[in-house]
Each structure stands twice: as C-alpha cells, then as structure tokens.
Design a protein around this ligand. Structure first.
Ligand code: BV8
Length: 253
C-alpha cells in the first residue's frame, strides 16, 4: 500500500479528465538536491538573500557578483538529476488529451526528465542574453571578463531569467493563463505560492471551476482554497498518484 493514499475522488476525476495543467516551483527540484529559492543559500552565498540578487538593480550594482551566483547555481544543477517527481509528471503527460506543464523553475530539469509541453515562466539558468539589447546570445568568446560581453554590441551578458520587477515572457504567461482557465484539474506542486503573477494561476483555475490540487509538505497561502491538499514530498506523492490512478507506470491503458 503506498504510504500516501490519494483520495479516491481525486483518482476518479483524474481517470476521466481530458485537460490538465500543472504549476511547479522550486520544491519539485528539492529532491534532486537543488536548493529551493527561499532555502538558506550555502557557503559563499549564505550572506545574500536571493530576492536581492535576482534583480536588475543588483546586476547594475555588481554584475560580476550576480553573474557568478548564476554560474554557481548552474554547477549545482549540472550535478543534479531529475527526481521521481519530475519523472511522474512525464508519465502523466501521456495520460491526458491536453497536458500543460507550467514551471517557475529555471533549472531545466523538467526538459531533462523528458517533459514536452513546458512553459518556463521565469526563463532558464542555462540561457544568456544581452543586458543592453535584451536579446538572446547563443555563444560568446571565452575570455577572462566576467560577465562576458555581447558579441553583437559589446554590452554585458546576463542570465536569461526573469528578475523581480521584470515582466514575464508575454507568450508563456498568456499560454499559462489559458491552460489554467481551461484545465479540468490544476496542480500546484512545490511552490510557496508567493511570487506573482505565477501565484495567480491556481486562483484563475479555481475561478474557472477547476479541481485544484496542491502538493507541498508545508501549508501555503493557496492551501485553504484548494480542492485537494496532498501534504508531502512531490517525489513520493506523484509516483504514488500515478501508480494508484493508472496502475504500474508505463502500462498505457
Ligand atoms: C512582475 C527567476 C511586474 C530568477 C524568479 C503582485 C502582482 C505582480 C507582481 C508583484 C505583486 N506583488 C509583488 C510583486 C513583485 C514580485 C513578487 O511577486 N514578489 C513576491 C516575493 C511578493 N513579482 C515580480 O517581480 C515578477 N514580475 O510582477 O513584474 C511588472 C509590472 C509592470 C512592469 C514591470 C514589471 C517577477 C517574478 C519572477 C522572479 N524570478 N526566478 C532566479 O531564479 O534567479 S522567482 C523565484 O521564486 C523562482 O523562480 C522560484 O521558483 C519562485 C517562486 O518560489 P518557489 O518556486 O515557490 O520556491 P520557494 O523556495 O519559495 O518555495 C519552495 C516550496 O517548495 C515551499 O513551499 C516548500 O514547502 C516546498 N517544498 C520543499 N520541498 C518539497 C516541496 N514541495 C514538494 N516536494 C518537496 N520535496
């Protein structure tokens, strides 16, 4: 018997649902060893608050420090592997007519796990763009200067992530809003539901009449509003959910 039984009513709805959307946050990568956004930073970075570093002001003030923080995070993610929670979401995407995976994470682990229809609301740690032109840069000459410079205009390169105070990519946000208001079932997994406008999405889904499921070991501001609250680690609950709803993984009915 799986240690985290999924409510029978939720299992029944999942077996008949056609359109499902999922919002993930840093918590789904926690079991891959990637520190969540609000967990204490370790070592050199312990003295910094991520919300102070992840801003254009911090980059203008100290571009080298911010660039090196992202280089440190890239190394942490390179050493990480997708975990059972990421893999269960790959299994789930094949079970519905429409499945949209919306992530706040910039670690690229959903793609490495094999997910397809992914909306990266906050960008990606491994992409860079020109700070002056605000346009992606695929490659740049190896050099001592940190941050490197844009090969087109000589401006500083920056990570292609959305910082606090910056707009989210319009197309991804619009697609995420559409997925949230058309989903029959909306999952909010591993997010503290504090960062907007991503944190609006589960409320948009609720307002449109969706069944909203939260998976998190801790309560969040969303918890009192959801239809089902599964308290525990995503890496345990999601595989248990897939096994209970569809039998052993991989046996497509
Ligand atoms: C913007 C990329 C506007 C960079 C990130 C109201 C409306 C609109 C905006 C605002 C608003 N109020 C305030 C704002 C401003 C701000 C905001 O929301 N601030 C918050 C802090 C109050 N929003 C913005 O600035 C956004 N931009 O709104 O622009 C605008 C308007 C006009 C003109 C110009 C601009 C931009 C937000 C994007 C910021 N960038 N990341 C980088 O990564 O370096 S956000 C950052 O936080 C990460 O992406 C992270 O994913 C995200 C959210 O955090 P979580 O993912 O939830 O992670 P967290 O650590 O918080 O929580 C982890 C959870 O996992 C916990 O609940 C834990 O219990 C759980 N967990 C732990 N282990 C497990 C687990 N769950 C499951 N299994 C486990 N094993």
């Amino acid at each position: 018997m799986s240690e985290t039984p999924i409510p029978a009513e939720l299992a029944a709805r999942l077996r008949t649902a056609r359109r499902v959307a999922v919002l993930t946050g840093a918590g789904i990568s926690a079991e891959s060893g990637v520190p969540t956004f609000r967990e204490a930073q370790t070592g050199l970075w312990a003295r910094y608050n991520p919300e102070e570093l992840a801003t254009p002001e911090a980059f203008r003030r100290n571009p080298k420090l911010v660039w090196e923080w992202y280089t440190w995070r890239q190394e942490r993610v390179r050493q990480a592997e997708p975990n059972a929670g990421h893999l269960a979401l790959v299994e789930m995407e094949g079970r519905f007519a429409e499945f949209t995976l919306i992530t706040q994470n910039v670690d690229g682990l959903h793609r490495r796990a094999g997910s397809h229809n992914i909306l990266e609301l906050h960008g990606n740690l491994f992409r860079a763009k020109c700070f002056s032109e605000d346009r992606p840069v695929e490659s740049w000459p190896d050099g001592a200067e940190i941050p490197p410079r844009c090969p087109r205009c000589g401006g500083l390169l920056r990570p292609d992530v959305v910082w606090f105070g910056e707009m989210l990519p319009t197309s991804s946000l619009r697609a995420a809003e559409h997925a949230a208001v058309t989903a029959e079932i909306f999952f909010s997994i591993g997010t503290s539901a504090l960062v907007y406008p991503a944190a609006d999405l589960p409320f948009n889904a609720l307002a449109a009449g969706a069944t909203v499921v939260e998976i998190n070991p801790q309560p969040t501001p969303l918890s009192p509003h959801v239809t089902f609250s599964l308290n525990g680690a995503a890496g345990k609950i999601l595989p248990a959910l897939v096994a209970q709803v569809w039998g052993d993984a991989g046996s497509h009915s």
